[in-house]
Design a protein around this ligand. Structure first.
Ligand code: ADP
Ligand code: MG
Length: 569
């Protein structure tokens, strides 16, 4: 008899299960995509491991997923012959959520179903989605290369706990048996299942098979013989790696589904770029720009990077060496012809091929964004609203592409009524009046603080546009972005902001007279402030305020000083 031991789910898993069952009612069929996707991942992992140990195939290297139904028992089975799991794996993988930032994610949940179902879409439900349609799930698994007595069984009803037991399992891999809920019986229908698989799994690189019963030989209407077919497993998907196919043969839907598979994202991608690069380095890249930022975009441990394949063999997830940090939102994959199959993260780290591919991919992504900005400003804006603040790390990180990145940035500005970041540096320059040769900006703690900065007074008076930078990252950005299109970026709070070129003679004369009228004030101010200040000067920058503090141009801006202070410097 099989002895089960009971384990409790991690709190977050319980929350996820609860939430999922209540909020994913409109799109239940996705569970099949998740389970087939996991089976394909398991096949990829086995192929990778078998590169160094062929015996793991146990004499059968034909990897596939098989879907079958037992109508009487009311069960649906999804069975793979991939890498498999041992007891330890299964307790960890199917009892906890490994993603970083999960706790924070769940603390954001509001109890409002509509809002929460949005959030859960960003999070991804993975294996646990089985419980959308099943009231009991059994998983039988055995690791490739282990003996038949090394099997493990996992059973749960999706409530507080699950049970595991040692079992015998002759064949390697994982079988997931869903005990379908009474009201979800449609998922026991062969035709329904096939159509879901076709919709979601054409791009999956291993065959997804259904069993076809034998057909007896028969006779046609004119007495001609129609040959029978033997019972067999038949594949319902194309089962070729999508990126190896010709661009012109791949539909938008296939690209979209493939994105969901590699990114574990539920939303559609904004755009993508699929390229076969030939020449000194040969590789295929398929790069996607997501439409929504992941919940953990600002989490330092969040996984980023591309899936790496070498000659069509999966090597690793999250190979972050192929994308600069400021493009960490890009998802997709890379298939290299030049890297060795036994490549490791260490080898990738300091490698000429890596560098060449990284440069190529960076160019692709920047090009994709440029094109989007030019052709479809609205979509670009929606991209920017999600990822703009990440892109702002670019000028500091990627010197070679600084100008390109700068052209992609968008800012709030005195030219706009609201705080939306929509103004490009090129827009700004196109509006510069004659005589103005700098791009002016104000940095502050918030958009509101920038908007009401006293430094803006003179610019307002003269009708000069100023970019309003109120994001945390902006100060850092501006310390690395010193010019664009040959024009200096100038803080409006800088001491030597000089707009006098724009003044006419009458104004200049009036200013001289005004200075004379308050002679002596400067001396008194200097005396009472002592060495708290470097200098006290007259200015004609202010219209409503009597005085303001400015930074010397070689010194820190006041905003930077505040940042350093808050960092304990
Ligand atoms: P994800 O696929 O995003 O990692 P899932 O919830 O879908 O998350 O799966 C959790 C983990 O369980 C996987 O990362 C994998 O380690 C393991 N797993 C799930 N299904 C299988 C399977 N068919 N074969 C082997 N391992 C699996
Ligand atoms: Mg998964």
């Amino acid at each position: 008899t099989v002895q089960h031991e009971t384990h409790g789910f991690q709190t977050e898993v319980k929350q996820l299960l609860q939430l999922m069952i209540h909020s994913l009612y409109s799109n239940k069929e996705i569970f099949l995509r998740e389970l087939v996707s996991n089976a394909a991942d398991a096949a990829d992992k086995l192929r990778f491991k078998a590169l160094s140990d062929d015996s793991l195939f146990e004499g059968n290297g034909e990897l596939s997923v098989r879907v079958s139904v037992d109508k009487e028992a009311g069960t649906l089975s999804i069975k793979d012959n991939g890498i498999g799991m041992n007891k330890e794996d299964i307790i960890k993988n199917l009892g906890t959520i490994a993603k970083s930032g999960t706790k924070d994610f769940f603390s954001q949940l509001s109890g409002d179903q509509a809002k929460d179902s949005q959030l859960i879409g960003q999070f991804g439900v993975g294996f646990y989605s089985a419980f959308i349609v099943a009231d009991k799930v059994t998983v039988n698994s055995r690791v490739a290369g282990a003996g038949p007595d090394q099997g493990v069984q996992w059973i749960s009803e999706g409530e507080g706990d699950f049970a595991v037991a040692d079992i015998e399992k002759a064949d390697r891999g994982t079988e997931i048996i869903l005990h379908i809920k009474e009201e979800e019986k449609e998922f026991l229908d062969d035709w329904r299942l096939r159509s879901i698989i076709t919709k979601y799994s054409d791009h999956i690189s291993i065959p997804v098979e259904f069993f076809k019963e034998a057909v007896e030989e028969s006779e046609g209407p004119d007495g001609e013989k129609i040959p029978g077919t033997e019972a067999a497993w038949e594949s319902v998907n194309k089962a070729t790696a999508l990126w190896t196919r010709d661009k012109s043969d791949i539909s938008k839907e296939e690209y979209t589904e493939f994105y969901k598979h590699v990114s574990h994202d539920y939303a559609e991608p904004l755009t993508w770029s699929h390229n076969k690069v030939e020449g000194k380095t040969e590789y295929t890249s398929l790069l996607y720009i997501p439409s929504k930022a992941p919940f953990d975009l600002w989490n330092r441990e969040q996984s980023s990077g591309l899936k790496l394949y070498v000659q069509r063999v999966f090597i690793m997830d999250d190979a972050e060496q192929f994308m600069p940090t400021y493009l960490r939102f890009v998802k997709g994959l890379l298939d290299s012809n030049d890297l060795p199959l036994n490549v490791s993260r260490e080898i990738l780290q300091d490698n000429k091929i890596t560098q060449a591919i990284r440069q190529g991919c960076t160019k692709r992504v920047l090009g994709m964004l440029e094109k989007m900005a030019k052709k479809d400003a609205e979509t670009y804006q929606s991209f920017y609203n999600e990822f703009g603040n990440v892109l702002k790390e670019g000028p500091a990180e990627d010197f070679a592409n600084k100008e390109k990145i700068a052209a992609l940035l968008r800012f709030a500005s005195t030219n706009n009524e609201n705080n939306e970041q929509t103004v490009s540096l090129a827009d700004y320059i196109s509006r510069m009046p004659e005589g103005q040769d700098k791009i002016y900006y104000v940095t502050a703690d918030s958009y509101q603080a920038a908007r009401t900065s006293p430094h803006l007074e003179v610019f307002r008076k003269k009708g000069i546009e100023v970019l309003l930078l109120g994001e945390r990252i902006d100060e850092w950005l501006m310390s690395h972005l010193t010019e664009f299109d040959g024009k200096t970026m100038q803080s409006a709070a800088g001491a030597n902001v000089d707009l006098s070129d724009l003044d006419d003679d009458d104004t200049k004369k009036a200013q001289e007279e005004a200075e004379k009228a308050v002679e002596g004030v400067l001396e008194r101010a200097k005396k009472s402030l002592g060495d708290k200040v470097e200098e006290v000067k007259f200015t004609h920058r202010l219209t409503d305020s009597p005085a303001c503090i400015v930074a010397t141009d070689d010194g820190m801006t006041t905003q930077m000083a505040k940042l350093m202070q808050s960092a304990g410097q």
